[in-house]
Design a protein. Sequence first.
Length: 188
Amino acid sequence: MTDRDFGMGRGKVFPATSAKSLLNPLRRLVQSPRRTIAAMRLPSSGRVVEVGAGPGFFSPAIADAVPDGVVIVADLQIEMVRLARDRLRERPNTRFVVADAGRLPFRSSGIGAVVLATVLGEVPDTEACLSEIRRVLGPDGALAVAETRRDSDFISLGALNALVQPVGFVFEQRRGTGWQYVARYVTT
């Protein structure tokens, strides 16, 4: 991971040393994990991957939304994966993997849905990330993206559409406002 730029700001990987700030209970007042994940309309079964999960702020809500499936919590930093695993140890439907968003360790067409919650702006190569997500999603797969302007890496819905549509996603719906939204895409 020596080729990564860690820090705050677009294209920089949020450092695991600051992970506890992502779990601040006050964050729930602005971006409720339960409401955010409910807006994604995830399948209740199958395999769902949370890419760039960090310490697992959204992960418990994802595990609750997929009671008959498996949630794979993925992050680039092993420290983040450990924090998420500690938060979810009572959730039998969760698995954990250290993974680069641009090189996902899953077989093609083997995933039902992918969640990107306030992380895409941190990914240095968004095209590679989105291409990998498209590769691993099955024919009826869904990509759910949550963004908030409170994040320094915020991506507007228009900019997000411009990124995902060339890779083979079709916009299905948006919930929320221009400054905080969940967008859902399906595969073509």
